[in-house]
Ligand binder design. Structure first.
Ligand code: 5GP
Ligand code: ZN
Length: 124
């Protein structure tokens, strides 16, 4: 949408994935939000949900991002089921956003891991 002025970091791997300069297995895309399968899955279902605008992490999120994050969170139940997570409560999924070095964050573009499917998982 041309009205959206989305900031992209040219050195960011997830910005390159959004721009399709790096291929990924796309789960979902709209004007503001992108989701794709993790290249190194921990669980039978493991995808990443990211804003198209470059925010480095949850640490950069403020009240001005509330609508965007609300939309992202509201997509999780739908996408999780579509991707093969089993229904709550027997199924479900794990929703994680690693933040900063001590939070275990490796890619500095805000992302939510959605992991689910039958146990055991590789990790987590
Ligand atoms: P973090 O540790 O930052 O929370 O998670 C980053 C995630 O991004 C990791 O699970 C990693 O496997 C995934 N990842 C890193 N590079 C790529 C890539 O080029 N493509 C995809 N699909 N996932 C990636
Ligand atoms: Zn980025």
């Amino acid at each position: 949408m041309s009205a959206l002025n989305l900031y992209h970091d040219p050195d960011c791997i997830f910005c390159k994935i959004i721009a399709k300069k790096i291929p990924s297995r796309v789960v979902y895309e709209d004007e503001e939000i992108f989701a794709f399968h993790d290249i190194n899955p921990w669980a039978p279902v493991h995808f990443l949900l990211i804003p198209k605008m470059h925010l480095s992490s949850m640490a950069q999120v403020g009240t001005e991002h509330g609508a965007l994050l609300g939309r992202m969170m509201a997509l999780v139940p739908k996408l999780a089921l579509e991707q093969g997570c089993n229904p709550y409560p027997e199924g479900g999924y794990r929703l994680v956003s690693n933040t900063g070095r001590e939070g275990g964050q490796e890619v500095q573009h805000l992302h939510f891991h959605v992991m689910g499917g039958p146990r055991p998982w590789l990790r987590g």
